[in-house]
Design a protein around this ligand. Structure first.
Ligand SMILES: [Zn+2]
Length: 270
């Protein structure tokens, strides 16, 4: 499932593919993949991108004419740029037509992904409540400490909660807790400031490093040019037998997800 670095990678690629070009149409081939705000005008297309941003795992693309796109890849969604519109691709659920016969395919085998086209004024109506944005200034030891206060759930579970921090998923939370030296099952509200500072520091460094490498491709994540990311080569514990220090990595189920941790390296802060 794409997490923040993969979403950022896809968004950067999408923005590059459509930058300065006219988008002439958005077609939907699977019921529910494209959601249309009832308030959009009949005059949406052609439109040009005038800005873009990521919020958690959501891509927001702002268009001329007062419209915006929200693209959510969910489990298996991906965007694939193609220089010609000839080919229909397997599991293609929607398609952007660009000027000059270029297209961007929205491929999504599991069909959970969504593309919302709405009035920019209505964006809030289509976005869920999301927590701290980990690569923005608002994310620091103080704001994280406040967000974790009184939470009895394990830190692993709380970091996965998009209402607390937006954009993290199972892979990066396992990695962040390893680098911070914190066990995944420590009650979130019990963490002391030094541990919280380490989580902040390693969240930022792990995410930035993963973005630099084009994300992690452990299952089917692909960049917009259909190439794999590289960060899977730098994972410390996720789906590993041994941590970088050579200790045996443990695997437990927490909140239905496989948690990977090193009982030696991660026993310092709790
Ligand atoms: Zn270790």
């Amino acid at each position: 499932m794409p997490e923040l670095p993969e979403v950022q990678t896809v968004l950067n690629g999408f923005a590059e593919a459509i930058q300065g070009k006219s988008i002439n149409a958005l077609e939907c081939y699977y019921p529910g993949t494209v959601v249309l705000d009832p308030q959009i005008g009949a005059d949406v297309w052609p439109a040009q991108m005038i800005g873009y941003q990521r919020r958690g795992k959501y891509m927001l693309v702002h268009l001329s004419g007062g419209h915006s796109l929200i693209i959510h890849l969910r489990m298996t969604g991906k965007l694939v740029f193609a220089a010609s519109s000839d080919e229909a691709l397997l599991h293609e659920r929607a398609r952007f037509y660009l000027a000059g016969n270029e297209v961007v395919h929205f491929i999504d085998p599991r069909t959970f992904g969504k593309i919302v086209l709405c009035r920019t004024d209505n964006l809030d109506k289509y976005m869920p409540r999301l927590g701290l944005e980990p690569l923005e200034k608002e994310f620091n030891a103080k704001s994280l400490q406040a967000a974790l206060a009184n939470k009895k759930a394990p830190i692993k579970t709380v970091l996965l909660d998009q209402r607390v921090i937006a954009g993290l998923g199972n892979i990066y939370v396992c990695e962040i807790l390893y680098h911070a030296g914190i066990m995944p099952d420590v009650p979130a509200g019990k963490l002391l400031l030094p541990g919280i500072k380490l989580i902040v520091k390693h969240t930022i460094s792990v995410l930035n490093q993963a973005i630099m490498m084009g994300g992690t491709s452990v299952s089917d994540f692909r960049r917009i040019d259909d190439k794999s990311g590289e960060f899977q080569n730098f994972l410390a514990v996720y789906q590993k037998e041994r941590c970088p220090k050579g200790h045996e990595v443990m695997r437990v189920k927490m909140a239905g997800r496989g948690s990977f941790y090193c009982p030696v390296c991660q026993n310092k802060q709790s």
